[in-house]
Design a protein around this ligand. Structure first.
Ligand code: FAD
Length: 460
């Protein structure tokens, strides 16, 4: 047994033996579970809906160490903060986490860019940028995820004019299968760059990213409750454009949108008069969690209180568990002009969806140029599902949702759960042949391939 594991284990056992009698029954069970977890070297993703297929996790502390690992290993996958719900980051051999490579490398105020190590999390980067007077254009619902992991899967926030988080990338550095360093930029390497940013971890290990920044800004967040579907149908574009970033939350029951979160940019000193109603919905008078049964303590401040961009654009605070914790997630992207039809189609499935759902979110994302982005050359509406953690039930509903959304050419989120056939998925990406050529160029022997990629990019 490793010395560190032994020390941790003995402290658990010791603490357990000192527990007062009243709690000993419950606590000793917890203690036994904790001891069991420490003894096992099992590794799980954030939601703990799957165990990784290897226990060989490496945490290099320098790019040189990382380079050696990449050269030595026959097969490996890069890992960010483990927030994916499917096995996109999994490996049966080695997983190399970039969690120790999380520094800001440089801030170029003239070019308005920041260069970071790939393992940095948005929450930490955002704090740094804000202190320096800068901001990113958008964030996902949570700040806990790594920049490299998010960009590799086209992670997004909301906003009709906001591209996903990958659209902030202007340059990146990648270690190829041969352990060679490749630098790509939007300016110099047009096509290859657009193939590499949403890289699904298939081209190599991203070590650095340079992101576009802008002067820091303030945002206020207001939540409206209960908009009838009929109103949304009439005013979909107006509702989704009512702020810098707009999210709709619904459980698809009663032809109703439960909550509308509107994030508006605020100029310092500017007074903003917010209407009390919006197309049949009413302004909330207290902070809310999208799942109303959960305390809003985890959520970023609402009720129009202006705050820095990174404390309003994500729905969840950095030091709190985002979302529900025990959950599964799926998400599908459709063309924006078909958004309201796709939403109506989901309402028709309410009886099937709602019993297994915690909450759904609808967001908009502007078109981008990344080959493997679900928003490639397409302004999009994303229909997201936070499910109860019951895969047998969810796996039966997903094919029905996918079939219903098929007429809209819906593309699944790369990091969430879907059941679509590989052939169908491949048919939705016209640049896939070019992406496969890029994989051949950087990784001819398939060092970075895994079961997820083999199935979804090459399977039938
Ligand atoms: C509570 C919760 C809320 C979420 N909210 C949103 C949301 O608002 N919007 C959204 O779009 N998604 C959302 N997601 C999904 C999440 O953004 C994606 O799963 C994202 O990929 C997570 O980043 P990560 O660092 O955890 O990546 P991981 O899950 O660790 O890895 C994801 C992929 O990135 C690759 N990768 C990671 N690091 C590197 C690297 N250095 N080089 C090359 N490849 C790399 C991996 O190989 C893998 O293919 C949410 C997930 C959770 C759990």
């Amino acid at each position: 047994m490793k010395k560190r594991t032994f020390l941790k284990l003995s402290s658990v056992v010791l603490t357990g033996s000192l527990l007062p009698p009243m709690s000993s029954c419950k606590e000793s069970k917890n203690t036994r579970n904790a001891a069991k977890e420490l003894l096992s070297t099992k590794e799980f993703n954030w939601a703990r809906n799957f165990e990784y297929s290897t226990q060989d996790f490496q945490y290099p502390k320098s790019t040189e160490q990382l380079k050696e690992l990449v050269k030595e290993m026959k097969h490996l996958r890069a890992l960010g903060t483990r927030h994916s719900f499917n096995r996109i980051a999994d490996s049966t051999e080695h997983i190399v986490s970039l969690r120790e490579l999380d520094k800001v490398i440089s801030l170029d105020k003239e070019a308005r860019t920041v260069t970071v190590e790939a393992g940095i999390r948005y929450g930490e980067l955002a704090e740094y940028l804000h202190k320096e007077g800068y901001a990113l254009h958008n964030l996902a619902s949570l700040p806990h995820i790594s920049v490299a992991g998010a960009c590799a899967t086209a992670t997004h926030g909301s906003g009709v004019k906001n591209g996903n988080l990958s659209t902030e990338v202007v340059a990146l550095e990648l270690l190829t299968a041969a352990g060679e360093t490749v630098q790509l930029s939007a300016e110099k390497d047009k096509e290859t760059f657009y193939g590499a940013v949403v890289g699904l971890g298939a081209l190599g290990v991203v070590t650095k990213l340079t992101l576009q920044i802008q002067p820091t800004f303030l945002v206020r967040q207001d939540v409206y409750r209960n908009m009838p579907l009929a109103q949304l149908k009439e005013h979909f574009e107006e509702v989704m454009s009512a702020g810098y970033s707009v999210s709709l939350f619904t459980n698809w029951a009663n032809q109703n949108i439960n909550q509308i979160w509107i994030k508006r940019r605020v100029e310092k000193g500017m007074m903003m008069k917010i209407p009390d109603t919006l197309f049949g919905s009413t302004l909330a008078t207290k902070n809310l969690h999208p799942i109303e049964a959960i305390s809003a303590e985890h959520c970023t401040e609402q009720q129009g209180v202006p705050g820095p961009w990174h404390e309003r654009l994500p729905h969840f605070k950095m030091n709190f568990t985002p979302s529900s914790g025990e959950e599964l997630q799926s998400e599908f992207f459709v063309p924006r002009e078909k958004g309201i039809q796709a939403i109506q189609a989901m309402f028709q499935l309410a009886d099937l969806i709602t019993p297994h759902l915690l909450i759904s979110e609808v967001r908009t994302i502007a078109a981008d140029s990344f080959w493997m982005s679900p928003c490639y050359e397409q302004d999009s509406v994303a229909l997201h599902f936070t499910w109860k953690q019951d895969w047998p039930a969810v796996s039966k509903v997903l094919p029905i949702i996918e079939e219903k959304l098929a007429p809209f050419q819906a593309r699944p989120h790369w990091a969430k759960l879907f059941t679509m056939s590989p052939m169908r998925l491949q048919s939705l990406y016209k640049k896939l042949p070019d992406f496969k050529n890029l994989i051949k160029q950087y990784d001819p022997q398939g060092k970075f391939q895994n079961e997820f990629l083999e199935k979804n990019l090459y399977g039938v």
